[in-house]
Design a protein around this ligand. Structure first.
Ligand code: HEM
Ligand code: HEM
Length: 174
């Protein structure tokens, strides 16, 4: 078995990181840009966020096609189960989060432009539901910072302290 993730998995993993950074950055920028750019920054947030959804969806398919390569030296069974669980949590969070964002926009009756296409009204706007979904979206989005932080720290721990190939398996190369 190959000792690295498939090239497509590696490409999509790092591309997801880039799109996640752009998605968060747009929201962090929102309050510092001049008023006339706020709407644009929000639309960028929606579009970047949807690309994360699409990427995670594709990655789920790729994960189905390719098994995760083995870690050397192997993890204790408990550690391996914990790592697997955490990865599924990442998939779940970054699929549910953009979905909630989309639903909050649709139910909130907000303007939604996807890659230049004006998304039509898909449901009758319901501001209360829209607000509720937005609140959950925001709580989960803030949880996302910690989940990604722990995930990245775990990768560094494996590389620098445990000295195994966990990170190298996700690095591009020949
Ligand atoms: C991985 C994907 C996403 C991440 C990480 C993310 C993250 C965030 C963050 C950090 C905030 C601000 C939270 C706060 O102020 O406490 C936010 C707000 C929001 N997001 Fe997302 N988001 C994502 C996807 C989406 C998508 C796909 C949509 C809609 C299509 C969306 C719609 C919204 C809306 C409507 C708000 C409230 C903005 C406002 O203040 O008006 N998000 N999101
Ligand atoms: C600096 C940031 C990041 C680093 C250093 C990093 C590192 C890694 C490493 C080394 C692996 C392989 C772990 C293993 O197989 O045991 C991995 C897997 C994974 N990462 Fe990240 N990652 C980062 C950001 C992200 C982000 C932003 C997401 C999602 C939004 C993410 C989602 C995943 C998932 C779902 C897996 C499991 C792969 C699979 O088996 O399909 N990562 N990451």
């Amino acid at each position: 078995m190959d000792d690295r993730y498939a090239k497509s998995q590696i490409l999509f993993h790092w591309l997801t990181l880039v799109m996640v950074i752009l998605t968060y950055s747009a929201m962090l920028l929102k309050d510092s840009v001049p008023d006339e750019y706020v709407a644009l920054v929000k639309q960028l947030h929606y579009n970047f966020g949807i690309s994360v959804f699409v990427l995670m969806f594709i990655r789920l398919g790729l994960r189905h096609l390719h098994k995760a390569p083995p870690i050397t030296p192997p993890l204790e069974p408990m550690q391996a189960r914990g790592a697997a669980l955490f990865h599924w949590l990442l998939y779940l969070l970054f699929l549910v989060l953009p979905l909630l964002g989309m639903l909050s926009v649709v139910y909130g009756g907000k303007n939604f432009i996807l890659l230049g296409w004006q998304v039509p009204e898909l449901v009758s706007p319901d501001p209360q539901t829209g607000h509720f979904l937005k609140e959950i979206h925001e709580v989960l989005a803030n949880t996302g910072y910690f989940i990604i932080g722990i995930h990245a720290l775990a990768a560094l721990y494996h590389h620098y302290f445990r000295g195994d190939n966990t990170l190298r398996r996700m690095m591009p190369g020949k």
